[in-house]
Design a protein around this ligand. Structure first.
Ligand code: SAM
Ligand code: DTB
Ligand code: SF4
Length: 349
């Protein structure tokens, strides 16, 4: 296997075999390499903290087999209309007071209608005015929609590849893998940062996890944030009852993501509520440096803030400051330019 560089140029030419070899390394060796990559690009004691809000819940026409918000599955999630801007801004204010630096607004849409864009743009403008980084995940976007959201002040757009191309059809049939690549292209062309990852624990093989990582790392630009979700099994969805993934396989996936996309934020994303503190610590050792913070993801639970603050304290972790210019750069060299916006609640933890 070719040497894996922790500080060389970013690579976009990963082969499947190479990634499979990486995933199969003895765990201590894999964690060591991931730790080197992490340290070469970040302060490993810093974790970026985002809060999610579902601004339009449920009733989604898509068939994503993992998703409690798909209308066709009976999961007990009630469909709501798009929230009012004032209510969204109030939630963002609370998230900031609790210590979040990024606020991500999610909508259960296949894609937004053009008439939804001005309202979402208002939310983005007002959340940004609070001094938070803004992120949205609204489904597929056209080029014009991406440009309008960027103009409103949207920093990041989350759109996941979800799984390997060859497993994708077993999970989603109402839109193509290529549609996702097209949306990511529109987001990049509009000048926004991309947040793009996937879900593991859906019954995929290790080779298929390698396939997801290969697609992510070989994108024209590495996603700025890479959320690695562990499937949250929700009753009523087709994936409820799937055999649980070995937690060490999850850790291996995080470590490989860190090695392959060394300058990206790797987010320990959905699934944390069911993880022990020790498993989360292992994920941070494997190079995860971002979390969702706050009691709720979109419709399912997340650890409560007290548990996260206590975990940060026990592990000696601190929230990552925001780069003042908004021009996010994830190398150590820019850390001299950052402004520490850590709220007191984290310092007191
Ligand atoms: N509707 C938009 C879309 O699909 O792009 C945005 C919201 S959607 C809920 C965002 C992402 O959440 C999905 O792509 C998927 O990766 C993740 N997700 C949804 N349900 C999940 C679950 N049960 N467990 C883990 N991740 C999940
Ligand atoms: C991402 O990759 N994970 C988040 C966010 N992007 C939008 C969503 C997780 C959703 C988990 C299931 C739910 O709460 O509905
Ligand atoms: Fe709809 Fe997004 Fe859920 Fe798929 S993941 S069903 S597109 S809300």
């Amino acid at each position: 296997m070719p040497a894996v560089s922790s500080s060389g140029p970013l690579r976009h030419d990963w082969s499947r075999a190479e990634i499979e070899t990486l995933l199969a390394l003895p765990l201590p060796e894999l964690l060591h390499r991931a730790g080197d990559a992490h340290r070469a690009n970040f302060d490993p004691s810093e974790v970026q903290v985002s809060t999610l809000l579902s601004v339009k819940t449920g009733g989604c026409p898509e068939d994503c087999a993992y998703c409690p918000q798909a209308q066709r599955y009976h999961t007990g999630v009630e469909a709501t209309k798009l929230m009012d801007t004032d209510a969204v801004v109030e939630k963002a204010r609370q998230a900031k007071a609790a210590g979040a630096s990024r606020f991500c607004m999610g909508a259960a849409w296949r894609s937004p209608k053009d008439r939804d864009i001005p309202k979402v743009a208002d939310m983005i403008r007002e959340v940004k005015a609070l001094g938070l980084e803004t992120c949205a995940t609204l489904g597929m976007l056209s080029g014009e929609q991406a440009t309008a959201l960027k103009a409103a002040g949207l920093d990041y757009y989350n759109h996941n590849l979800d799984t390997a191309p060859e497993f994708y059809g077993e999970i989603i049939q109402t839109r193509e893998f290529q549609d996702r690549l097209d949306t990511l292209g529109h987001v990049r062309d509009a000048g926004m940062k991309t947040c793009c990852g996937g879900i593991v624990g859906m019954g995929e093989s290790r080779s298929q996890r390698a396939g997801l990582l290969q697609m992510l790392a070989n994108l024209p630009a590495h996603p700025d944030s890479v959320p690695i979700n562990r499937l949250v099994q929700v009753e009523g969805t087709p994936l409820h009852g799937t055999t649980e993934l070995d937690p060490f396989e999850f850790v291996r996936t995080i470590a490989a993501a860190r090695i392959m996309m060394p300058a990206s934020m790797v987010r320990l994303s959905a699934g944390r509520e069911a993880m022990s503190d020790e498993l989360q610590a292992l994920c941070f050792l494997a190079g995860a440096n971002s979390i969702f913070y706050g009691e709720k993801l979109l419709t399912t639970g997340n650890p409560d803030t007290e548990r996260d603050l206590a975990l940060f304290e026990r592990l000696g972790l601190k929230p990552m400051p925001v780069v003042e210019t908004g021009a996010f750069e994830s190398t150590k060299t820019v850390h001299a330019d950052i402004v520490d916006t850590s709220p007191p609640c984290f310092e007191a933890a």
